[in-house]
Write a protein of this length. Structure first.
Length: 351
């Protein structure tokens, strides 16, 4: 008599709405509403201080998704205030122990955890160098919050999924709120008040066509320009960490300088555009890429991916909210778990 075979029960298939990434990204509208209300007074006070004593320059300090928020800060601050904004090389302080001379400068540190040793070393060096240090950090009890001169909390709440979503959107909103207060831009402030509702609508947009087209992709470009370049960087990172898909982000202007050589028939390209001075050039590039045979998926500028209008400075935030839902679904389509990317941890403590 043959032995009875043991029945193997397969675990239930992972559904997009079951992931922590889905749940956390869907909370972005509530997070932004909470942040805007809680930080309003502090942002206006800091804005008044920056008008009274304009910084000679702004230096940003961040890693990963937070550094993509810093890219957004660079474009928004420079276009709105004219103050030169540059990203700090953290190793200058943490590895080489150099002492930057930053008197009269604003030093913006952006972080979800506020714990990375190299970031803390850079902020400490900036304080010693004479900068006004401001932390945009989600964990108000973190070492970064204790170290900085001023803190604008992100109010995103616990974020468990390795992929940052709501904390990234919160960082973008916090930057926009600070710039609006600094420049006394009433139109931007009014648009920020409407942003939570717009984000809630953006979460319902259907980008599934892009997920299906990218299910078997091996490489792609993600393009943006101006205030939209930071979300292109963020999308490329999310493709890599949650979908196992190699993606490179480029400025829509920079892609013409070399990267265009790789664009062949059916090469996938995701394009982010916003309704500002960059829109016409980005749309023209998308048409050129399509003419070369690329598989172009564009959000904004009349592209095929559904989008919602907003203040041009806030449209990138709306775009990335729609993207997060698609990326979460694409991860599962490609056989991954977006909450547990291989070899990654939620808090990366770089020295």
């Amino acid at each position: 008599m043959s032995p009875r075979r043991r029945r193997v029960t397969k675990p239930p298939a992972l559904r997009p709405e079951d992931t922590r990434m889905f749940q956390e990204a869907s909370q972005a509208p509530q997070v932004v509403a909470r942040l805007l209300a809680a930080n309003r007074q502090a942002a206006h006070a800091l804005g008044a201080e920056l008008r009274a004593a304009p910084p000679r320059a702004v230096v940003t300090c961040a890693r990963g998704s937070s550094d993509h928020a810093a890219t957004y800060a660079k474009y928004l601050i420079e276009t709105a205030t004219g103050v030169v904004t540059s990203s700090a090389a953290l190793s200058v302080s943490s590895v080489y122990a150099a002492e930057p001379k930053l008197e009269g400068m604003l030093y913006l540190a952006v972080s979800q955890s506020g714990k990375s040793p190299d970031l803390l070393a850079a902020v400490e060096a900036a304080r010693q160098g004479g900068a006004l240090t401001v932390a945009l950090v989600n964990d108000e009890t973190s070492p970064l919050a204790d170290l900085a001169d001023k803190v604008l909390p992100l109010h995103a709440g616990p974020e468990v999924s390795v992929a940052a979503t709501k904390s990234y959107i919160a960082a973008l909103a916090a930057i926009a709120q600070l710039v609006a207060a600094w420049t006394q831009d009433e139109a931007l402030e009014a648009a920020l008040d409407a942003l939570p509702d717009t984000l809630a609508q953006a979460w319902t947009l259907d980008w599934s066509a892009a997920a299906l087209r990218l299910k078997t992709a091996r490489n792609l470009y993600v393009l943006g320009r101006g205030v939209g370049f930071g979300v292109a960087q963020e999308a490329a990172l999310k493709f890599k960490e949650t979908c196992g898909l190699h993606a490179e982000a480029f400025s829509a202007a920079e892609v013409l300088h070399g990267p265009m050589a790789l664009v062949q028939k059916d090469f996938p390209v995701l394009v982010f555009a916003q309704d500002d001075q960059s829109e016409e050039g980005v749309a023209a590039l998308a048409r050129d890429l399509a003419a070369r045979g690329a598989d172009v998926m564009m959000a904004g500028a009349g592209g095929g991916l559904p989008t919602l209008p907003a203040h041009p400075a806030l449209e990138p935030i709306v775009r990335i909210q729609g993207f997060y839902r698609m990326a979460n679904a694409l991860s599962i389509l490609r056989g991954h778990d977006p909450d547990r990317p291989p070899h990654l941890n939620k808090v990366t403590e770089t020295v």
